[in-house]
Design a protein around this ligand. Structure first.
Ligand code: GCO
Length: 270
């Protein structure tokens, strides 16, 4: 094969530069990132070059996670704040401002699950899931966007779910919240895209996480997932991170308001 001409070489380099997955010089805040999917995503964004701000409410666990990320050679700062509490979120961003830390990439990952038939569900239980899984993305997203808009660039990645488009019994508030995440992402695009911000979502399928331990250890449910998922298996958290890096990088600068399902094909096949 003939060697590339200087022009071809230049255009190849331009391509690589303009559509880069490199996050060097960027700062990424990942909510709910002391373990599970949040930790896996934070770690991957760090390895792609980003400085990390990891978040949780359990400070001991947060420091432990930060230590293991630093042991990996990553630059990490912890931010212990409650994503459901507006004052706590506003205060956390003010602290980051004071330290001159600009959040270029926000991953709204914090989430809880609660499995109970709706007729037995209390209003408080409903609200706790909606607040943690949906309202938090609004509060943290709003504070991040207030700072991204003047800079004319930013990335918001909301962690949705297979349940952003499908339902199953006993998880109504989770499903409602994840459905809301899909549409909140589109609303963010409607208001922020013109300011150079890309807001997108990821829809994980059935992943091997702590949140799903009660399901993976249930033989019937395990068999159902393996039969119902075209890939015939559960997903691993590390199989989600490539999509997160893509959505955090300039490679996705013209991708906006989308949800990418990482679910082994479950949402595509009846
Ligand atoms: C459940 C699970 C799911 C998964 C995931 C699937 O109870 O069915 O917790 O909700 O966590 O969201 O995408």
């Amino acid at each position: 094969m003939a060697a590339a001409s200087p022009e071809q070489q230049v255009s190849r380099e331009n391509d690589l530069q303009s559509y880069s997955f490199d996050l060097t010089g960027r700062t990424a805040l990942v909510t709910g990132s002391s373990r599970g999917l949040g930790y896996a995503i934070a770690r991957a964004l760090g390895h792609a070059g980003a400085t990390l701000v990891i978040n949780g409410t359990n400070t001991a666990r947060l420091e432990e996670s930060a230590a293991s990320l630093r042991a990996d050679g990553l630059s990490v700062r912890t931010a212990a704040f409650d994503v459901t509490n507006e004052e706590s979120v506003v205060g956390a961003f003010a602290t980051l401002d004071a330290e001159g830390l600009e959040v270029d990439i926000l991953v709204n990952n914090a989430g809880i699950q609660l499995r109970k038939p709706m007729v037995e569900l209390s209003l408080d239980e409903w609200r706790s899931v909606i607040d943690t899984n949906l309202t938090s993305a609004f509060i943290v997203g709003r504070e991040a966007a207030k700072r991204m808009i003047p800079r004319g660039r930013g990335k918001v990645i909301n962690i949705g779910s297979l349940m952003s488009g499908l339902a199953r019994p006993t998880i109504a508030p989770y499903t409602a919240a994840k459905g809301g995440i899909k549409m909140l992402t589109q609303a963010m695009t409607a208001e922020w895209a013109e300011h150079g911000i890309q807001a997108n979502a990821i829809g994980p399928g059935y992943m091997l996480t702590d949140m799903n331990r009660a399901l993976t250890s249930n033989p019937q449910f395990d068999a159902w997932v393996k039969a119902r998922t075209p890939s015939r298996r559960w997903g691993k958290p590390e199989e989600l991170v490539g999509t997160a890096i893509f959505l955090a990088s300039s490679a996705s600068d013209y991708v906006n308001g989308q949800i990418i399902y990482v679910d082994g094909g479950m949402s595509a096949v009846i």
